[in-house]
Design a protein around this ligand. Structure first.
Ligand code: FES
Ligand SMILES: [Fe+2]
Length: 471
């Protein structure tokens, strides 16, 4: 059993050198303890933007939001704003929304359809594939302009899977499939169940939450432990079934599945009794699933498992759980996408998209939409619970007393036989599975990935950062 006591010579007071601090974070993480500083530190946040959000594959939109040429939406990677647009040839582009003349945003509305974007400042024009296409007085003003050099700057990589569009700002990145690894298998069994696929219902909701983005990510990745305490009221009013009996708590029929790359999920081995089947969907929906699209292993998984909450590193989540749209209604299984966009180290902009099955009735999808918003919309009963409690970490992260006292956060659940929680040697599907969800192995994997990324210099960063890294 490791010694978890606070010692005088451990780097618990103030380590001014960021590289030294990160080495200490790595040592402490092995013991399941984490400094509050990582939840509110301008230097670490700057590294997160350049080394995580500008290097990882990040979700930007669902294909159903931009179905026809010219359709676009405005989205973010880290704090940078992009136009996600389907060009005239049907190709999806992710274009940095800053004019190459003086930096004014060329697109000023959240969504629309346009063949071109015209900058309001001096009226440079860009096609919806990003190419420079003209300027006022062009023949007199820009006789020698090399138009090929002055298009909108595009994300170097864009790809999609089951309608989810991801972009990556790192030219040297692996492919999206390589990045997802075993999580691609789980996207197949969650979203790829028939040819018709899923579409977003309505607009994504967005709201600001005073918290650090990592708190949302790690919570949805694996934090079943909080459900019976924080969300008990949802069960008490009849909107969230059977927490202790296996609904979403840490015991019962739940387990973790996770990857060393910092992706993971809570897997539920059967949410609802008959007649609900196949991942908790009623027959009218489940009968539209074309299981011959899946491998034999995937079919077995669909017959007996579902994922309740799910994270693709760094900040993209998916949730599929049953809940009642109102206290007198039976549970409906809903699916929504969640993104915790950073807006400073102590602020998240939450993004929330509900998905409906294209093969299901409008009535079912409407019930699922209402259930999703009742639980996890801006005023959702679970959402209010979560977002209130996440606010403490960044406050402690900038607190003088927390730093002087050497305060640490505890991530020891499931470590070294502390709980009934072990890796399941019989799990035959992708990822590392545990025997229950009464542990925090996925969260520790998430923070190890976080640490690897923020500790690895980016070749595009200024020289002084690399020098500090090597100090
Ligand atoms: S800033 Fe866009 S045209 Fe000048
Ligand atoms: Fe929660």
């Amino acid at each position: 059993m490791p010694n978890h006591s606070i010692t005088a010579d451990s780097p618990r007071i103030v380590v001014s050198n960021t590289a030294e601090f990160l080495r200490a974070v790595g040592r402490e993480l092995e013991d399941g303890i984490v400094s509050p500083r990582i939840f509110n530190d301008p230097e670490l946040y700057s590294r997160e933007l350049s080394r995580i959000f500008a290097r990882c594959w990040c979700f930007v939109a669902h294909e159903s939001e931009i179905p026809t040429p010219g359709d676009y939406v405005l989205r973010y990677i880290g704090e940078d704003q992009f136009i996600v647009v389907r060009d005239e040839d049907g190709q999806i582009r992710v274009l940095y929304n800053k004019c190459t003349h003086r930096g004014s945003p060329v697109c000023r509305v959240e969504k629309g359809n346009s063949s071109h974007f015209r900058c309001p400042y001096h009226s440079w024009m860009f096609k919806n594939n990003g190419e420079w296409s003209g300027a006022p007085y062009r023949k007199k003003a820009y006789k020698k302009l090399d138009a090929a050099q002055w298009g909108l700057v595009a994300a170097p990589h864009v790809d999609s899977v089951h309608g989810l569009i991801f972009a990556c700002l790192d030219p040297d990145a692996p492919t999206l499939d390589e990045y997802l690894g075993g999580m691609r298998w789980y996207l197949d069994v969650l979203l790829g169940l028939n040819d018709q696929g899923m579409s977003t219902i309505g607009e994504p909701q967005r709201w600001r939450v005073p918290a650090n983005w990592k708190s949302g990510a790690e919570n949805f990745m694996a934090d079943a432990y909080h459900v019976p305490s924080l969300h008990r009221s949802a069960e008490e009013v009849g909107m969230f079934p059977g927490i202790e009996g296996g609904g979403a708590g840490p015991q019962g029929v739940n387990r973790h599945v996770f990857f060393d790359e910092g992706h993971g999920m809570i897997v539920n081995d059967g949410f609802l009794p008959a007649p609900w089947h196949r991942s908790g969907f009623p027959p009218e929906v489940a009968d539209t699933f074309q299981l011959d699209r899946l491998t034999e292993d995937q079919r077995q998984w669909v017959a007996s498992h579902s994922a309740s909450t799910f994270l693709i590193f760094p900040n993209f989540g998916l949730v599929r759980v049953p809940a009642s749209p109102h206290p007198d209604a039976p549970p409906t299984v809903f699916t929504y996408l969640r993104q915790w966009q950073p807006s400073g180290p102590d602020m998240i902009v939450n993004w929330n998209w509900t998905l409906g099955w294209n093969s299901a009735s409008d009535e079912f999808n409407e019930q699922a939409y209402v259930a999703a918003l009742s639980m996890h919309g801006p005023a959702g009963i679970l959402e209010q619970d979560d977002t209130v409690v996440w606010g403490g970490a960044p406050v402690a992260g900038s607190s003088v007393f927390a730093r002087k006292s050497g305060m640490r956060f505890n991530f020891q659940l499931g470590l070294d036989d502390m709980s009934d929680y072990a890796e399941d040697p019989d799990w035959k599907f992708p990822g590392r599975a545990t025997t229950s969800a009464l542990g925090e192995a996925p969260q520790r994997a998430f923070y190890r990935r976080w640490l690897r990324e923020v500790s690895t210099p980016d070749h595009a960063e200024p020289d002084h950062t690399d020098q500090e890294e090597n100090a």
